[in-house]
Design a protein around this ligand. Structure first.
Ligand code: GTR
Length: 428
C-alpha cells in the first residue's frame, strides 16, 4: 500500500537522501579548521584554573550556545505536576517494576504533557538505582515489547522501516517494539540500572509547525502567534527541557538515585542529550550516540552534514541565529568541542558508527579531544589519544569515544560500553 505523506515530509526525506549523497566526504576538502579557544575568555584573559572555568568561562560559553545555536534555556516551571498513573511490579519477567508517570503543567493546560515510562530493577531491593534517562523517536510502546504499554496517540513521523507502524502521522499497533532494539531493557535492568524514557513528540512534535502543539507554544506569551527570534529556543531546546523535567520527577522517586542519572540520546536526540547535559548540570553523565552535526561533530569541518544543510532541512531544531552560520561556520563564536567542555568535570561518552559518514566520525572524535584541556583543569584525563582509535576500540577516561562497526543506530555494542562506563564512574 502506498504511503501518503504530507508534502513537507516527502520533500524533507527525499532532500535529506540527496544531500547525504552529494555532501563532501573527502578529508582533503574538509576545510581549514581553526577552533575558537575554549580556555580564553571574551575579555582575552586566559583561563588557568577550574574555579575560573566554573565562575567565568563556563557561563560565557553556555550563553554563547544559547545565543547562537540552541536558544535560551527555560527555568524550571513552578507549576509542574507528576501523577503516577500505573505501576506493575512484575515487569520484564519479574525483574523490574514499571511505572508510568504523567508530567504536566498545572497553569499551562494547553500542553498535553508527557508520559514517562520508568523501569526499576527489582533486585535493587530498597536501594535507589542509578538511572539512564532518554527520549524515544516512536513512543513508550515502541521502546518496550510489553503489550500492555499504551500506544501513543500523538503526532508521529512516518516510520521508514515499517510503513504500517505509523498511519496518518499516528502510531498503530504495528509499531509496538519498533524501537526495542535500541533500548535493551533487560540488559540495562540486569546491570542494576533503572531506565526512564518518554516520547520526544510529547514535548514537541518534530516538524516545522510542531511547536504549536508543544511546550514552546504553551510557555510562550503569544501562544501560536509567536515569531521565533534570535536567542529563542528551538525544538532541541524544548526536548532538552523535557529531559530536565524527567530528572525533576526522578528526584522525587525514592526507588531511583537521581544524583546518578546518565542522559542518553541517539542522532537528533543525541544532540538533545548533549544540550540537556550542558544546560542542566544535575545530569551526572552524558552520552551522545551518533549525534553528528549540531551535536558532537565539529561544525567547522565540511564533512557530511553541514550547518547549511541541517538548518535548511530542520530550521525548527535551533535558534534562528544558527542559520546565519550556514557556509560561514568560522564566524560562529563556538564550536562543538566547547559543548563537550560544558560537561566537565562530569563523564561524557561520544559514540560514532563506522558507516555513519553523514555524522562525521572524525569531527565527533575531535570535539571530545579538544574538550580535554577543560577536563585537565579539574585534574581529569580526557580521551587519551590524539588520533581516532581503530574501529571497535573504545578509548578515554572522563571523555570516552568509540567508533562502532556498522550503521547509524544504537546497538547492544554501544549499550555495553555505556553500561561499563556508567558503572565505573558511578562506583558500581
Ligand atoms: C538526519 C539529520 C541528522 C540526524 C538524523 C536523525 O536526517 O540530518 O542530523 O539528526 O536525521 O536524527 O535521525
Amino acid at each position: 500500500m502506498k504511503l501518503i505523506l504530507p508534502a513537507f515530509l516527502t520533500l524533507a526525506a527525499g532532500a535529506c537522501l540527496a544531500q547525504q549523497n552529494t555532501a563532501n566526504y573527502d578529508e582533503s576538502k574538509a576545510g581549514e579548521v581553526i577552533l575558537p579557544a575554549v580556555l580564553k575568555s571574551l575579555d582575552g584573559a586566559k583561563i588557568t584554573s577550574s574555579d575560573e572555568w566554573t565562575s567565568k568561562r563556563r557561563p560565557e560559553v553556555l550563553s554563547l550556545f544559547q545565543d547562537h545555536v540552541y536558544g535560551r534555556i527555560q527555568p524550571k516551571p513552578d507549576d509542574l505536576k507528576f501523577e503516577v498513573t500505573a505501576t506493575r511490579r512484575d515487569a520484564l519477567g519479574g525483574t523490574a517494576t514499571r511505572k508510568f508517570i504523567h508530567v504536566s503543567l498545572a497553569k499551562h493546560p494547553q500542553w498535553r504533557g508527557m508520559d514517562i515510562m520508568l523501569y526499576v530493577p527489582n533486585k535493587a531491593q530498597g536501594k535507589a538505582a542509578p538511572v539512564f534517562a532518554g527520549l524515544s523517536f516512536n513512543g513508550n510502546h515502541a521502546v518496550s515489547k510489553e503489550t500492555d504499554v499504551p500506544v501513543s496517540d500523538r503526532w508521529m513521523r512516518p516510520n521508514t522501516k515499517n510503513d504500517k507502524a505509523v498511519k496518518n502521522n499516528r502510531a498503530t499497533e504495528e509499531s509496538r517494539g519498533v524501537e526495542a532494539s535500541r533500548w535493551p531493557l533487560e540488559m540495562i535492568v540486569g546491570r542494576g540500572f533503572a531506565v526512564a524514557t518518554a516520547y520526544y513528540g510529547d514535548i514537541e512534535p518534530d516538524h516545522a509547525e510542531g511547536w504549536k502543539e508543544g511546550v514552546r507554544a504553551a510557555l510562550s506569551s503569544d501562544a501560536a502567534g509567536t515569531v521565533w527570534k534570535d536567542g529563542d529556543w528551538g525544538a532541541i531546546g524544548a526536548w532538552a527541557w523535557g529531559l530536565s523535567r524527567i530528572l525533576d520527577y526522578l528526584e522525587t522517586d525514592k526507588d531511583v538515585d537521581a544524583r546518578h542519572c546518565a542522559v542518553i540520546g541517539h542522532s537528533r536526540l543525541g544532540k538533545t542529550s548533549l544540550w540537556a547535559g550542558a544546560s542542566d548540570p544535575r545530569f551526572a553523565l552524558v552520552i551522545s550516540n551518533d549525534s553528528g552535526e549540531g551535536g558532537a561533530a565539529l561544525m567547522r569541518r565540511n564533512i557530511g552534514e553541514t550547518t547549511e544543510i541541517i538548518t535548511r532541512a530542520f530550521p525548527h531544531w535551533f535558534t534562528p541565529k544558527y542559520r546565519s552560520y550556514a557556509n560561514n561556520a568560522s564566524a560562529c563564536p563556538v564550536d562543538q568541542h566547547m559543548l563537550i567542555a560544558l560537561m566537565a568535570p562530569r563523564p561524557v561518552y561520544i559514540a560514532s558508527a563506522s558507516e555513519d559518514n553523514w555524522a562525521d566520525q572524525k569531527g565527533e572524535f575531535l570535539s571530545g579531544l579538544n574538550a580535554g584541556p577543560v577536563y585537565a583543569l579539574f585534574g581529569k584525563s580526557g580521551i587519551g589519544t590524539e588520533s581516532p582509535p581503530e574501529i571497535d576500540h573504545p578509548v578515554g577516561d572522563f571523555v570516552a569515544y568509540h567508533n562502532r562497526t556498522g550503521k547509524h543506530d544504537v546497538l547492544d555494542y554501544d549499550w555495553l560500553q555505556y553500561l561499563k562506563f556508567a558503572a565505573r564512574h558511578f562506583g558500581m
